[in-house]
Design a protein around this ligand. Structure first.
Ligand code: ATP
Length: 207
């Protein structure tokens, strides 16, 4: 099974990394691809450049054998729609290979506003992780037919299931890290030392 985690990673932090590791282990993923979004369609543009965000993710994941940096959105023109990213991965792997897209609960809450969200469910499973300050989403009717309680079922089909996964709750966000840095603070112990050093060296997120 291949896992996929997209995000702006502006910067990547332990709230991304620890849940990603726990889900990789819980689902026995063969690999987890981190895909920084070059031009996110649903939000303001990132402060660090695409190149810098890619480099920070590479530094953060270098010691985790199953974590891989995937820079395909960086090489694509226009808005980074998840459906296009998933389709391009699907075109490269065997049609029976299960793909699991990891989403935090905050991101999942707006999922039905995403471009071609129904098609996304034909391309991958979605694994939703709990996140501090985001209550569980009510199970809406469209979710009923996709919902699955048993993670073992994810490996038995290539796409189409929703699985909710409890992870260690870390109340860390990139927004708060950027705010803290603008006030002269540091990202120490909120992300890896390698990323903290990179932020300092490149004087990122200054007021
Ligand atoms: P920002 O504060 O800039 O919006 P963020 O910290 O939410 O950024 P993103 O890069 O937007 O990070 O998130 C990528 C993915 O990681 C999303 O699916 C998001 O829900 C998830 N995620 C981010 N932070 C956490 C966290 N602390 N716990 C669990 N999931 C998280």
């Amino acid at each position: 099974m291949i896992g996929i985690v997209g995000g702006t990673f502006d910067p990547v932090h332990f709230g991304h990394l620890r849940p990603a590791l726990e889900i990789t282990q819980a689902l026995a993923l063969d690999e987890l691809r981190f895909i920084p979004s070059a031009t996110p369609p649903h939000r303001w543009q990132p402060e660090a450049s695409s190149q810098q965000r890619l480099e920070m993710v590479q530094l953060a994941i270098q010691d985790a054998p199953q974590f891989v940096l995937d820079d395909r959105e960086y090489h694509r023109e226009g808005a980074s729609y998840t459906v296009d990213t998933l389709q391009s991965i699907r075109d490269e792997v065997d049609e029976t290979t299960p793909l699991c897209m990891l989403l935090g609960m905050d991101a999942f809450k707006s999922f039905t506003q995403w471009h071609q969200w129904q098609k996304i469910l034909t391309l991958c499973h979605i694994v939703i992780s709990s996140r501090p300050n985001y209550d569980d989403s009510p199970i809406e009717s469209w979710m009923q037919s996709h919902h699955c309680d048993d993670s073992a079922l994810l490996s038995q089909s290539p796409a189409g299931k929703l699985y909710f996964c409890d992870v260690t709750q870390l109340d860390i966000s990139a927004t708060n890290i950027r705010k803290n840095l603008k006030k002269g603070g540091s990202s120490r112990y909120l992300t890896t030392k390698s990323v903290t050093d990179y932020i300092q060296k490149n004087t990122l997120y200054k007021a």
